[in-house]
Design a protein around this ligand. Structure first.
Ligand SMILES: *Cc1c(COP(=O)(O)O)cnc(C)c1O
Ligand code: SF4
Length: 449
């Protein structure tokens, strides 16, 4: 085994200590300091030493992936914060302005907080979300941060302390109770943050009770993670790496399927030898790695990158799963790719790979009614339209029914699309609105203030 490599985090307080920063222009550092007041910023020594191509900073996509960029704030927001920082304003004044700006960045997209919290015997189960019939999301309390922060992440409000998902480890008992009461649930998805920020011991405290509970309906345990690319030593040389791999193995031995839902945003993340070794180690446990990423301007809005990324993933034994559309929150104005362009990029990449890579689905928006895929552009009865369908729906009956929106090559999100053929509403809208009314009645009225 090679020597242990010690994790070192960099944030606003110490990023100027990064040796590679010496070559970076002062104006770029100031931008980091200004934008980093509003949006979360954390990177680490693996990202800095193995992923970023410092010869191409600031445009390098993997630099953009974890370092704040000037244009991630709208110009008037940037000017306001820069003015405060440069005039030496008190931290409280900067924080007050930052919070005001954050509230304008749609901090809670897709009703994550208001509509998806499950209940059991009248009690709200905080730290869980249940939106699609088969899958419950579980947010372990110690897993709510990451080895580095992605600048596009829709969970950014959590990382700047605007929304907290608090709960104690005992709540895994409530998860077990909930799974017993809901036999339609086959999947538990551990998410965060990054659950693999946790020690193997903490993770075992969540997973072992699930294995011990004798839940015939529970088949698949999933873990959403970016640790393979942001901290591969988690699976190689960290103190608990072997314990973590043993835990993965145990899930399989107990008759359940472990799926790592791995985030990779750029093919370069699959190059470093430690990342490849980490993938190999995970595969040897019997866990399956599925991969997903949003499509992001400035990072990966090029079909050739996706083609290369999917092909490398399959070569390494991973299964391409989702291409997402950048969510309508945070710095979406910086990352957004119009839906029509997103579909073109998906199609051009998809055409260039063999069927082994075509397990991937997209481009898909995780919107309020469900995961909506842009299927393509067609002309129907003389009207140019966009064809869409649900990959997942709040109502499972909505899934895989094609529906049509007016062609709009500027729209970047579902709420900007209008129904085609002169119709007033999309087919699911009445039912969705009824659902909202009910969830307001059921005590979520405060979310609408
Ligand atoms: C994407 C998602 C899931 C998982 O969906 P799959 O299509 O089964 O991978 C579950 N819950 C929520 C809220 C999601 O956004
Ligand atoms: S690793 Fe995942 S949760 Fe963490 S910042 Fe990146 S996208 Fe967000």
């Amino acid at each position: 085994m090679p020597d242990t490599i010690k994790y070192k985090a960099y944030s606003l307080s110490n990023f100027r200590d990064i040796p590679q920063m010496d070559e970076v222009a002062e104006a770029i550092k100031v931008d980091i300091e200004v934008v980093g007041q509003v949006l979360p910023f954390k990177t680490n020594n693996f990202v800095v030493d193995h992923l970023i191509d410092w010869a191409h900073v600031p445009a390098d996509p993997l630099f953009v992936l974890t370092f704040p960029q000037r244009d991630m704030l709208l110009p008037h927001h940037y000017a306001e914060i820069a003015g405060l920082v440069q005039s030496g304003a008190a931290p409280a004044a900067i924080k007050e302005a930052a919070n005001r700006i954050r509230l304008q960045l749609n901090p809670h997209p897709a009703g994550q907080i208001s509509h998806n919290v499950p209940t059991l015997e009248g009690e709200q189960l905080d730290g869980m979300q249940h939106k699609y019939r088969e899958t419950v999301l579980f947010f372990p309390s110690q897993g709510q941060t990451c080895h580095a922060y992605c600048s596009f992440c829709f969970r950014w409000p959590q990382f700047v302390g605007m929304s907290e998902l608090k709960f104690a480890s005992r709540e895994v008992d409530r998860l077990v109770d909930y799974l017993q009461a809901n036999p339609q649930v086959s999947d538990v998805l551990f998410t965060g943050g990054d659950p693999l920020i946790m020690s193997a011991r903490h993770l075992a405290q969540y997973i072992e009770p699930l294995l011990d509970a004798d839940l015939p309906n529970l088949r698949h345990i999933r873990i959403g993670t970016k640790a393979l690319s942001y901290w591969p030593y988690k699976f190689l040389t960290d103190d608990d790496a072997q314990d973590l791999l043993a835990l993965f193995r145990k899930v399989g031995e107990r008759g359940k399927h472990l799926a790592l839902m791995a985030h990779f945003n750029h093919p370069r993340e699959l190059e470093p030898e430690p990342v490849r070794q980490a993938i190999a180690q995970v595969r040897q446990t019997g866990a399956l790695i599925r991969t997903q990423s949003p499509l992001l301007r400035h990072i990966n809005d090029d079909p050739e990158l996706w083609r290369e990324m999917w092909a490398r993933q399959v070569l390494l034994g991973c299964v391409p799963y989702y291409m997402f559309v950048a969510r309508d929150t945070g710095a979406q104005h910086y990352f957004a790719v119009p839906l029509v362009r997103a579909w073109e990029i998906f199609r051009e990449a998809y055409q260039r790979v063999s069927g082994l890579c075509r397990t991937v689905r997209g481009p898909s928006m995780s919107a309020n009614p469900g995961k909506v895929q842009v299927l393509g552009i067609s002309e129907v009865a003389g009207e140019k339209v966009m064809q869409l369908r649900f990959i997942q729906g709040r109502n499972p009956d909505w899934v895989h029914r094609p529906f049509f929106a007016k062609y709009d090559d500027q729209a970047t999100w579902l709420n900007e699309l209008k129904p085609a053929f002169g119709e007033a509403k999309f087919f699911y809208q009445d039912e969705l609105e009824a659902f909202y009314r009910e969830s307001i009645d059921a005590s979520h009225a405060e979310d609408y203030e």
